[in-house]
Design a protein around this ligand. Structure first.
Ligand SMILES: NC(=O)c1ccc[n+]([C@@H]2O[C@H](COP(=O)([O-])OP(=O)(O)OC[C@H]3O[C@@H](n4cnc5c(N)ncnc54)[C@H](OP(=O)(O)O)[C@@H]3O)[C@@H](O)[C@H]2O)c1
Length: 347
């Protein structure tokens, strides 16, 4: 049997802000019969995670492309690989059977053909939660927030925490974990609706719309008159400079990502290094993959909090394969609230 497999690809490298015309939908025939012994597998894609780092994979050059396998350059014309949930439709791998639910590296397409058995995919138990949680709160966004906050920021109760892109997938969870842990938390986001969500639903102590502030250093001084102990950085550039200027002695900055620099090569954070020296500030970049050793703690803590209603999963789901380009482009325009996901198909 053969199916028509639609998938999204980039036409050419994308340098700068992504736009709809950078992408195209292609279709190719996919045979569902596999050679026994090949270990190949075909899965039907259900939920796919939409992530800012993919823009760095689409560029002509980015230092991230050689750093780690999953950040490798995307080849124009080929299906874009991404983290997601899928269902096995054909398997020549004895470890997987038809109808198994799997999570791992799939594609921006209807189906993913996974060759040779060396793919990054595992079976999972939904534990009574929606399947989409596997690509967000119980997936890499959650692990990024959990590992980044607890292992990189090393919080103490009562410390003052600032989170940027705080209504986004990682940011909202950092703020929620920090509140549950007993910190004072302020977030910034790009609209009044997002600010209201942080304060009224997610329990942040305060929040502000950074787009309404002409001087970020004095804005942070207003929200943190006694200084910032921890800055969880999702955006980089001038927000990082402003945060460093307001850090307390022995403050910690976890550099999770620098989204404002991804689409604008002219933007580079230049924090005052004398502040870093004299206030003995630690600025540490990290990857979620560094924290696989806390994965089981992360899952048990997060599922407990979800079951007791102490933690909210905020999702922003677009429907259908055609929505991949707009869902992705929207990340860089602040269109999403919470985890951005494309639902490709029903189970
Ligand atoms: N280190 C890791 O392992 C790891 C893993 C996952 C994600 N990350 C990084 O973490 C950050 C957040 O990722 P996410 O998946 O949670 O995405 P997200 O926050 O859900 O979505 C991106 C958000 O960033 C904000 N944004 C976009 N352009 C901006 C700009 N120029 N200046 C300030 N804010 C901007 C927008 O919100 P506003 O409306 O608030 O502007 C947008 O909604 C990214 O930098 C990402 O690369 C790192």
């Amino acid at each position: 049997m053969e199916v028509a497999n639609r998938y999204i690809t980039i036409k050419t490298q994308v340098d700068g802000e992504p736009k709809e015309s950078d992408f195209e939908l292609k279709t190719s025939a996919l045979s569902l019969s596999l050679d026994s012994g090949s270990n190949d597998m075909i899965v039907k894609n259900l939920y796919v995670s939409i992530d800012p780092y993919q823009i760095n994979r689409m560029k002509s050059h980015s230092s991230s492309q050689k750093a780690i396998g999953f950040a490798a350059a995307i080849t124009p014309g080929e299906a874009i690989d991404a983290y997601g949930v899928a269902k096995v439709v054909a398997s020549a791998n004895p470890e997987f059977e038809k109808d198994d639910l799997v999570v791992g590296l799939i594609t921006w397409g209807d189906y993913s053909l996974l060759k040779g058995g060396n793919y990054m995919l595992r079976k999972f138990d939904p534990m009574g939660f929606p399947l989409s949680y596997q690509v967000g709160i119980l997936g890499f966004s959650g692990l990024t927030a959990y590992g980044g906050f607890f292992k990189v920021c090393k919080p103490k109760k009562g410390e003052k925490v600032f989170v940027s892109a705080a209504s986004g997938s990682v940011g909202n969870l950092v703020g929620q974990y920090a509140k549950l842990f007993g910190c004072y938390v302020v977030g910034c986001a790009g609209s009044k609706e997002k600010v209201a969500l942080l304060k009224e639903k997610l329990g942040f102590d305060d929040a502000f719309n950074y787009k309404e502030e002409s001087d970020l250093k004095s804005a942070l001084k207003r929200y943190f008159p006694d200084g910032i102990d921890i800055y969880f950085d999702n955006v980089g550039a001038e927000m990082l400079e402003a945060a460093v200027a307001n850090m307390n002695t022995f403050g910690r900055v976890a550099v999770c990502g620098v989204i404002s620099e991804y689409t604008d090569a002219a933007k580079r954070a230049a924090p005052d290094m004398l502040d870093v020296v004299y206030k003995r500030i630690t600025i540490q970049g990290f990857l979620a993959a560094d924290h696989m050793n806390v994965f089981s703690d992360f899952i048990s803590t997060t599922t407990d909090h979800l079951r007791t209603g102490k933690l909210y999963a905020i999702e922003d789901v677009s429907n259908g394969l055609e929505s991949f380009p707009s869902a992705f482009i929207g990340l860089f325009r602040g269109h999403n609230t919470g985890k951005k996901i494309v639902k490709v198909a029903d189970e």
